[in-house]
Design a protein around this ligand. Structure first.
Ligand code: SF4
Length: 375
């Protein structure tokens, strides 16, 4: 492993709109590059400009905590009384990859977020997070902490091929159980599901069954993207070595989509299988409302609920205006409660959406939303 210490100008990444999958307004990466070396890792794509040999080299932002402290103070002033989740993890390097044992920057960042009074959402694939159970517990008691793990399946054998540098799914599930038993909300990001390998109904069923037994609060599913260039080439090399018979099938579903998405028919097909199984197990497929209702600004709460409604309707095969309305609302700088009489002037907001927004502003919930999310 090659380690390069660098000085960062910024640590926090403020999203243009709240990311309703992860609930975050802010993301952060302390490490660039990831020794976990997952074959499908999106961080390998040229789009993210991670220099060096991805999977073997890591850049460490050596001044991360000092910069983060400065940024949190500035953001806090702008946010007034609101609290928004800060996400640790995802992106171009796991926050709990082995180098964290030495630098302890993820731990120090969490201590700082505790001190500054922010809720936190963490995504990792590493059981090293158990080391920080004490500080995560404190954040959860003061605000809210959600710990999620990503999986491509719960199969240890398949994981050893595609995720060579991470603890096995069995170990990850044990860690999730530990956090849940300690009173911390947990979730699984079943992403990416690997086409023709971990998308088989029996494997999906096994993964969801194990997630249910680990008592996770939610499981969020996504297919695999393969962007042309470094990411796709690396994945195809691993595929050729281990599943050469699948090369043609992959070439058929991964054409030249600029975002690396597989063919829409394939995506719809696996989405349906996932929906049927998750329904059978009565497991939420989005972060449940009770975990975020008290930790978002009113506009963000409306955006997240509308986007979750949109997802559920489309999952049922319907058409939905709610995603577009959520997008328009995300661009509004004033609190929605201050423009209650003008909601219909917002692009995409018709009478039904207006009714839902008003209900959320008044009760922080929507009956229609609750009905859609129920099993
Ligand atoms: S753990 Fe995450 S960031 Fe690291 S290689 Fe795997 S997918 Fe990429």
């Amino acid at each position: 492993m090659k380690v390069k210490e660098i000085k960062a100008k910024t640590i926090l990444r403020k999203h243009k709109k709240i990311d309703s999958w992860f609930l975050s307004r802010y993301g952060m990466n302390i490490y660039r590059g990831c020794i976990h070396n997952c074959a499908y890792c999106d961080g390998r794509s040229e789009k993210y400009n991670v220099s060096g040999d991805f999977g073997c080299e890591v850049q460490v932002k050596i001044n991360a905590i000092e910069v983060l402290r400065r940024e949190l103070d500035a953001e806090k002033k702008k946010m007034a009384a609101e609290k928004e989740f800060i996400m640790l993890g995802g992106g171009v390097g796991d926050s709990y990859q082995p180098i964290e044992e030495k630098y302890r920057f993820s731990r120090k960042a969490l201590e700082l977020l505790y001190e500054k009074d922010f809720p936190v959402s963490i995504l990792t694939k590493s059981t090293l997070i158990e080391r920080d159970l004490d500080v995560i517990k404190k954040i959860n008691e003061k605000n809210k902490a959600i710990v999620s793990f990503s999986f491509s399946s719960a199969c240890d054998k398949i994981s050893s091929i595609f995720e060579p540098g991470v603890p096995s799914p069995s170990e990850r599930l044990k860690t999730l159980k530990l956090f849940k038993k300690s009173g911390i909300p947990t979730g699984i990001f079943l992403m990416p599901v690997i086409p023709f390998i971990t998308d088989k109904p029996e494997i999906l069923n096994d993964t969801i069954d194990k997630a249910k037994k680990a008592d996770v609060d939610f499981i969020i599913f996504s297919g695999m993207t393969l962007k042309k260039g470094r990411q796709k080439d690396y994945f195809f090399d691993v595929l050729k070595k281990n599943y050469p018979e699948l090369i043609i099938d992959y070439s058929n579903i991964y054409k030249d989509n600029p975002w690396g998405n597989p063919a829409a028919e394939y995506h719809d097909y696996i989405q349906k299988i996932f929906s049927v199984i998750s329904k059978r197990y009565k497991i939420p497929v989005r972060i449940p409302y009770y975990l975020f209702k008290d930790f978002l600004s009113e506009n963000d709460l409306v955006v997240v609920i509308l986007e979750q409604i949109d997802y559920m309707i489309k999952n049922l095969g319907g058409k939905s205006p709610y995603g577009f309305a959520a997008y328009s609302i995300s661009k509004i700088n004033k609190p929605l409660s201050s423009i209650k009489n003008d909601l219909r002037k917002i692009k995409g907001v018709g009478p039904a959406t207006e009714k839902i927004i008003l209900e959320i502003l008044e009760t922080k919930n929507s009956k229609y939303y609750e009905k859609l999310m129920a099993f």
